[in-house]
Design a protein around this ligand. Structure first.
Ligand SMILES: [Ca+2]
Ligand SMILES: [Ca+2]
Length: 338
């Protein structure tokens, strides 16, 4: 008797299954002073720099260790993160719970991926067995001692489901199979579980500094997590202009990550009514600054810039010109880096 026959037989002997159940902008006088834009020649521009290993699908399931509460003979938890999304039914392709053939094998039953470090889970793609789609399940993340349910799926009949959810930190993620398909409800099957992390705003853990800062403003406002675009020292950084040495445009504002990061997106929030007009964004690769964004003529209070991923340990905004109503000042209220 092969496993399929065994399963059919078992399904015949149905058991009852219990389910788990500004500043005062105007205070920045000097709007009439002459603009003194310095030469930009100091800025080293290399646009095509990239480190080699930049090809990740983003699926981190392969980094996890697969295990299960119980496993049907011939099936294996390791099938859920072998990178094979084949949805064919059978032990070559999936995990299934042990039902009566393994201790503690009746539903509900879990299969999980444990990671060495904390992840910020935000999306899973669950592949089950065609014709034997897992019907009811939860997906949970273990955060410390607690299991946080991030997905509650009932009545599924799809062989593949994509679930996105609020980013949840933890080092284990599991599928709790509550009920199998109507034709075999005592078995939950998972053929593959793809796991994705949320994009982390890397600016939040960076150290912010600036070439100069207007009195009452601070570079630390640009990575405090507050996107408020009000004008003023409580919300933004602005350059010192003539009130600090070396305060005139162009001026840089920098985030130091302390380690190399893969960077492919920056969101810049400036001050409403005083939007930074011209700026570049550059990434430090260890030997030179590479320009990844060249923005001219901006009038938007926030801008999202995406670009080919680069590795770098620092990122800076070169403010070249402020808004027409105050072109000697550049203001940044928040910088998000992904
Ligand atoms: Ca698989
Ligand atoms: Ca802010």
């Amino acid at each position: 008797m092969n496993i399929k026959q065994l399963l059919m037989l078992t399904a015949g002997a149905l058991v009852s299954t219990s389910l788990l159940a500004g500043p005062k902008s105007n205070s920045m006088e000097d709007a009439h002073s002459k603009m003194e834009i310095q030469s930009a020649d100091e800025v080293n521009v290399i646009n095509d720099y990239q480190l080699p290993q930049l090809t990740s699908s983003g699926n981190i399931a392969g980094q996890g260790y697969a295990s299960a509460q119980s496993t049907f003979p011939g099936y294996s938890a390791s099938n859920i993160n072998d990178g094979d999304t084949n949805s064919t039914v059978g032990g070559n392709y999936s995990w299934a719970n042990g039902h009566t053939y393994a201790p503690d094998g009746r539903l509900p039953n879990w299969v999980q991926l444990a990671f060495r470090s904390t992840k910020s889970f935000s999306k899973v793609v669950l592949h089950t067995s065609r014709g034997y789609e897992i019907k009811d399940y939860d997906i949970q993340v273990r955060s410390g001692l607690n299991w946080i349910t991030v997905v509650r799926q009932r009545g599924n009949t799809s062989v593949t489901r994509v679930h996105t959810f609020t980013p949840t930190s933890g080092n284990v993620i599991r599928v709790v199979a509550l009920r199998g398909p109507d034709n075999q409800y005592i078995y939950g099957r998972v053929n593959e579980l793809e796991v994705y992390e949320s994009a982390e705003n890397m600016a939040l853990n960076a150290r912010a500094s600036a070439q100069s800062t207007f009195s009452g403003y601070s570079p630390s406002n640009v990575n405090d997590g507050n996107r408020n675009t009000r004008v003023g020292g409580a919300y933004s950084w602005a350059n010192g202009h003539k009130y600090t040495p070396d305060g005139r445009l162009p001026q840089w504002l920098q985030l130091d990550f302390g380690q190399y990061k893969r960077i492919s997106k920056v969101v810049l929030y400036t001050s409403l009514g005083y939007e930074i007009k011209d700026y570049d964004i550059q990434v430090w690769n260890g030997s030179s600054w590479n320009t990844v964004v060249t923005q001219r003529g901006n009038t938007s209070v926030s801008r999202t810039h995406t670009f080919s991923p680069v590795f770098g340990s620092k990122l800076r905004v070169i403010g070249r010109r402020g808004p027409d109503n105050q072109y000697i000042y550049v203001r940044v209220n928040e910088l998000e880096v992904y």
